[in-house]
Ligand binder design. Structure first.
Ligand SMILES: NC(=O)c1ccc[n+]([C@@H]2O[C@H](COP(=O)([O-])OP(=O)(O)OC[C@H]3O[C@@H](n4cnc5c(N)ncnc54)[C@H](O)[C@@H]3O)[C@@H](O)[C@H]2O)c1
Ligand SMILES: O=C(O)C[C@H](O)C(=O)O
Ligand SMILES: [Mg+2]
Length: 471
């Protein structure tokens, strides 16, 4: 069901009504009493006593759609023809398509774009492979690649089910930064196979955006590809998230008047995103950071099967605090949720330090909904677009790849990520900053350009740019 912007859904009921048997007012009351809010009515057909209307209804998450449809079905003189979900309608046939840049109108065009003339271009690239950047889509194209193993907070839903998210990322690349991209979902979760597939695909692309690959495999996959390919490989759930989170924290700390080296941060969900976010915060000066996963707080001295957890336990939690989320959240200044929906309770937030910062970033359901705690927090943010303060990697990946492609970067390094965070944080001015506006909107047209410019500078400065773009 489509989210209506208020944590709800939107459906369209097509109803056939016999106006001799029922008045529209009765239908409207039945829908209202079952919890639906009618937002539009379209007359599809009106002939004699029979009218067909499409009724667009929004409902909050707690309302049962079945209750609304049943209440309509029970009315005499009404036939429920169809119930459509606007989100599914939007996905029919997928969300993107390829588009030629030039029309092929005659034989002459055909022989240039295709055989025989195309052969001369092929030979030119064979003689100088760098020309792939100027003479093919490589210059402006990124592969969005997933194995479907950690899709949003839905978990291991597989490559077919992951496609709508990857298509969505491709749309965002194009709309926000003019970057072309292909969504690719691999039907393997074997680390070596994934690495081999991506290496084999790389010639067509100027960058690889890894998406929704679960930890700890994502770390090795990314590292190996970074070592073995000469184009940027960027695991968005790690680095895109870390960049945006850091930007949001810089601005939130200014609001609550706390300093980054004094705050106690609890990170819930020590997976791809949780580890990368913790690392960026540690390099920014956070000293007291406690990671919590299914087994409770990660503490040095314990044995973990997961290599990254072992590393994490040894480099965080200086006071060796043990216990569940409920226990370790007490007195914390900042909560960062990168785990699963509904894990944090209002009582937990009440037990945090004064003016707590709560970033409940699990998608699609945050660890806690803003309406449950907005009266007791300093700042609250989620990963969703239907609440204020959307901390989502979409604020980073279009701009950082725009920069990387423009300067033909061989990699996206730490300096480039920090430059992106700085650009995002400073897109919110001192005058604008307030608890409901800690991070710019993804629709803020200045953000991508600001990221792009600072990231290109960082790439040039650190020697990873193969080209200095004109402007
Ligand atoms: N807002 C954003 O931009 C953004 C970006 C990346 C990820 N996320 C969200 O963060 C979450 C994790 O994504 P990821 O890519 O790191 O996945 P991941 O699979 O690598 O990590 C998830 C971690 O959360 C832990 N976890 C799950 N349920 C838990 C529970 N009940 N208690 C404690 N820990 C629990 C898992 O054990 C795992 O370590 C997802 O919900 C995803 O949608 C949000
Ligand atoms: O896809 C998103 O909305 C953000 C992030 O990549 C996630 O996995 O949740
Ligand atoms: Mg993701």
């Amino acid at each position: 069901m489509e989210n209506n912007g208020l944590g709800g859904k939107s459906i369209i009921l097509r109803l056939e009504m016999n106006t001799q048997e029922i008045k529209f007012g009765q239908v409207a009351s039945a829908i209202f009493e079952a919890g639906g809010d009618m937002v539009a009515i379209d007359v599809i057909q009106a002939s004699g006593n029979i009218t067909v209307r499409d009724i667009t209804i929004t409902v909050t998450d707690s309302v049962d759609i079945g209750k609304i449809t049943n209440s309509v079905k029970e009315l005499k003189g009404v036939r429920l023809v169809n119930v459509s979900d606007r989100t599914f309608l939007l996905h029919l046939g997928g969300k993107i398509e390829t588009q030629p840049k030039i029309p092929i109108q005659n034989r002459d065009d055909l022989s240039r774009v295709y055989t025989p003339d195309v052969a001369r271009v092929c030979t030119a690239i064979q003689e100088d492979p760098k020309k792939a950047f100027t003479l093919t889509i490589k210059r402006n194209t990124v592969a969005v690649i997933s194995d479907g193993s950690a899709v949003l907070g839905l978990g291991n839903i597989g490559p077919y089910a992951a496609m709508p998210v990857m298509e969505g990322k491709s749309m965002l690349f194009k709309q926000f930064a003019g970057v072309d991209s292909f969504p690719i979902c691999l039907d393997t979760q074997d680390t070596e196979e994934i690495i081999a597939c991506i290496k084999a695909l790389a010639p067509a692309f100027g960058g690889i955006n890894l998406e929704d690959i679960s930890s700890p495999r994502c770390f090795e996959i990314e590292q190996r590809l970074r070592d073995e390919l000469d184009i940027p490989v960027f695991h968005d759930d790690q680095h895109g998230t870390a960049v945006v989170l850091y930007a949001a924290l810089i601005n939130s700390l200014k609001i609550v008047g706390k300093s980054i080296d004094n705050v106690r941060v609890v990170v819930c969900g020590i997976g791809a995103a949780g580890i990368a976010c913790s690392k960026i915060l540690m390099s920014a000066g956070v000293k007291d950071i406690i990671g919590v996963d299914r087994e409770g707080a990660l503490v040095a001295g314990k044995e973990y099967g997961n290599k990254m957890w072992q590393w994490y336990a040894e480099h965080t939690n200086p006071n060796k605090v043990e216990g569940t989320l409920r226990e370790v959240i007490q007195g914390a200044d900042v909560f960062i949720g990168l785990s699963a929906g509904g894990l944090l309770r209002r009582e937990d937030v009440q037990a945090m330090a004064e003016n707590p910062i709560v970033f409940a970033m699990a998608n699609p359901t945050p660890e806690i909904r803003p309406e449950e705690v907005e009266d007791i927090v300093g700042v609250i943010a989620t990963g969703r677009s239907d609440y204020p303060n959307q901390i989502n990697n979409v604020l980073c990946f279009p701009g950082i790849f725009r920069a990387a492609l423009d300067c033909r970067a061989t990699t996206i390094n730490e300096e480039m990520k920090l430059a992106a965070a700085e650009a995002i944080a400073s897109a919110v001015s001192d005058e604008e900053r307030n608890p409901s506006y800690i991070i710019p909107s993804v629709f803020n047209q200045n953000v991508v350009k600001a990221i792009r410019d600072l990231v290109v500078k960082a790439a040039v400065k650190t020697g990873v740019a193969r080209r200095i773009p004109r402007e």
